[in-house]
Design a protein around this ligand. Structure first.
Ligand code: AMP
Ligand code: MG
Length: 436
C-alpha cells in the first residue's frame, strides 16, 4: 500500500497507462452499435442501385405530356404496372409513344420512360387503383390497363431518383475511427454489409462486497441493507458502452471473494468491486487482493491507495489473473462508488473501446446555492448538483454525505471544488461534470 496521497489525475493516469484498446473483431451490424470501426468501408454497389420513382404515379415519356394542363390533359394508354421489387415492365417491354406505366415509389423506372408524373397530377387513371395493383403485386400488363389523363407536364428525370445519386461503387462509406450510431449502421446495411470490423464492447464484471447486503426483492432483516452498488455500477457500465455482468453481493470473506473473482475472470475485460477497501476490520477486498501480486510471477497485483478526493478516498487498482485483467476496487458507500466509477472506470471502458472521447463532458457554471459550500482542504470535492443550461447555473442537491442515494438520483451533474478551495460562495464560477 502506498502511504502518500494520490491526486485524482495521478490515479487516473496510472490506470489509463495500463489499458490498451481491445483487439478488433468482426461483428454483426446490430452487435456493432456504439462500437468504433477499425476498417475503411468502401461502397461496392450504387445507391440507389437503379433509377427509381420517388412517387406513386405514372412513368411517362416527356414529349407525351408536354403542354398538358387541366383543360387539355395528355391522354395516355396505361400499359402495365411497375411495383417496388419488380424489374420494370413485364417481359422487358419498352414504354412507347402515348403510353404510361403505373409506378409505385421505389419501383424501377421502366425502359423508355423519362420521368414520373405523381398520381396527384393525373385523374388517377381509369384502370384499377394503384392500391389494388400493389395488392396484386402483379407484373401482368392486364392488371392495370385503361387510360390516364395527365394535367401537368414534367421535365426529364422528374420524380426519378437516379442510380448512384447517393453513393457509387468505390466511394468511401465510413472511415476507420467512426463510432457506429444508428445512421451509420443503416448505411452499412443499405450497401449490403452484414458484418464489420470493430473494437468490441468490454465485458465488465461488477462484484459488490458486504455481509450486510441483501438483494432487492428479498426481506430486509435487522442491520442489513439492500445492495444498490452492483445495480448502479452495472447500469453505469452499460451506459459507458460495456457489456456488464452483475455479480450479487459477496460476503466479507476473503476466500469466497477470491474464488468469486477467479470464477469471473473468464468473462471479464475489467473487474470492478465495491466496498471493503478502507481500514476497517472487515475490509475483505484488501484482504483478498493485497497479496495476489505475490503469486503472479509476471508481477501485477492490486495497489490500495488514498486519494485526495471526497468522496472516494480509498481506491484499489491493479491487474489480476493470467490475462492481467484490470481490476478497480471502489469504495463501498454508494455515492463514492458511483463517482469513482464515473471518474475512473468509465474512461477505462471507453479506452478499451477505442472511443475518441473517454471522459464525461465538463463545463463551467455559476454556483446557485443559498449559502456557501464548504470543502475539506487538500481534497477535490465532488458534490451532486443539477445543471441548468439556460441559466448557466448549477445547484447542489443533498449534502456531501456519501450515503445520500436519493440526492444522487435527483442530480445530473457533479460540482467540482478543487483541492485549494475550502469555501465556495454563491455565484462562484465552478467546474461541472455532466452526468448525462
Ligand atoms: P465498506 O467500504 O465496505 O465499509 O462500505 C462502506 C459503506 O457502504 C457501508 O455503510 C456499507 O454498508 C455501504 N455499502 C457497501 N457496499 C454497498 C452496496 N453494494 N450497496 C449499498 N451500500 C453498500
Ligand atoms: Mg463492506
Amino acid at each position: 500500500m502506498s502511504s502518500t496521497m494520490w491526486s485524482v489525475e495521478e490515479h487516473l493516469k496510472d490506470i489509463l497507462e495500463a489499458v490498451r484498446p481491445l483487439e478488433p473483431i468482426e461483428l454483426q451490424l446490430h452487435d456493432a452499435q456504439g462500437c468504433v470501426l477499425v476498417e475503411d468501408v468502401m461502397v461496392e454497389i450504387a445507391l440507389p442501385p437503379f433509377d427509381n420513382s420517388s412517387m406513386d404515379g405514372y412513368a411517362v415519356r416527356v414529349a407525351d405530356v408536354e403542354g398538358a394542363d387541366e383543360e387539355f390533359p395528355a391522354v395516355l394508354t396505361v400499359v402495365g404496372d411497375v411495383a417496388a421489387g419488380s424489374d420494370g415492365l413485364s417481359g422487358g417491354r419498352v414504354l412507347g409513344p402515348g403510353e404510361a406505366a403505373r409506378i409505385m415509389t421505389g419501383a424501377p423506372l421502366p425502359a423508355g420512360a423519362e420521368a414520373v408524373v405523381p398520381v396527384e397530377w393525373t385523374d388517377g387513371g381509369t384502370g384499377e387503383g394503384p392500391a389494388a395493383a400493389m395488392r396484386a403485386h402483379s407484373e401482368d400488363p392486364e392488371a392495370s390497363g385503361g387510360e390516364v389523363r395527365v394535367h401537368r407536364p414534367v421535365g426529364a428525370g422528374a420524380h426519378v431518383r437516379l442510380r448512384g445519386s447517393d453513393v457509387k461503387p468505390g466511394d468511401p462509406a465510413l472511415g476507420a475511427g467512426t463510432v457506429l450510431g444508428p445512421p451509420q449502421i443503416g448505411l452499412l446495411a443499405a450497401i449490403g454489409r452484414a458484418t464489420v470490423k470493430v473494437r468490441p464492447r468490454p465485458r465488465v464484471v461488477v462484484i459488490s462486497t458486504g455481509s450486510e447486503l441483501v438483494q432487492p426483492g428479498e426481506e430486509l432483516t435487522g442491520g442489513r441493507i439492500y445492495d444498490s452498488n452492483s445495480f448502479a455500477l452495472t447500469a453505469a457500465a452499460k451506459c459507458a458502452g460495456a457489456l456488464a455482468y452483475r455479480v450479487g453481493a459477496v460476503t466479507d470473506d476473503a476466500e469466497t471473494l477470491r474464488a468469486t473473482i477467479e470464477d469471473q475472470l473468464i468473462r471479464a475485460d475489467i473487474v470492478v468491486t465495491t466496498g471493503g477497501v478502507s481500514v476497517g476490520a472487515y475490509d475483505v477486498v484488501k484482504e483478498a487482493l493485497a497479496s495476489v501480486g505475490d503469486e503472479d510471477e509476471e508481477g501485477g497485483g492490486i495497489d490500495f491507495r488514498t486519494l485526495a478526493m471526497q468522496p472516494g478516498k480509498p481506491q484499489g487498482f491493479g491487474s489480476i489473473g493470467p490475462e492481467h485483467t484490470p481490476l478497480l476496487a471502489l469504495p463501498g458507500n454508494p455515492v463514492s462508488a458511483y463517482i469513482s466509477f464515473e471518474l475512473f472506470v468509465r474512461p477505462v471502458i471507453r479506452t478499451l473501446m477505442g472511443l475518441p472521447e473517454v471522459h464525461r463532458p465538463t463545463l463551467r457554471a455559476e454556483l446557485s446555492s443559498e449559502k456557501a459550500l464548504t470543502s475539506p482542504p487538500g481534497r477535490r470535492q465532488f458534490l451532486r448538483g443539477t445543471y441548468d443550461a439556460e441559466a448557466g447555473t448549477v445547484t447542489p442537491v443533498g449534502g456531501s454525505g456519501s450515503h445520500l442515494v436519493a440526492a444522487l438520483a435527483r442530480a445530473d451533474a457533479l460540482i467540482v471544488l478543487p483541492e485549494d478551495v475550502t469555501s465556495a460562495e454563491p455565484g462562484t464560477d465552478t467546474e461541472v461534470i455532466l452526468l448525462r
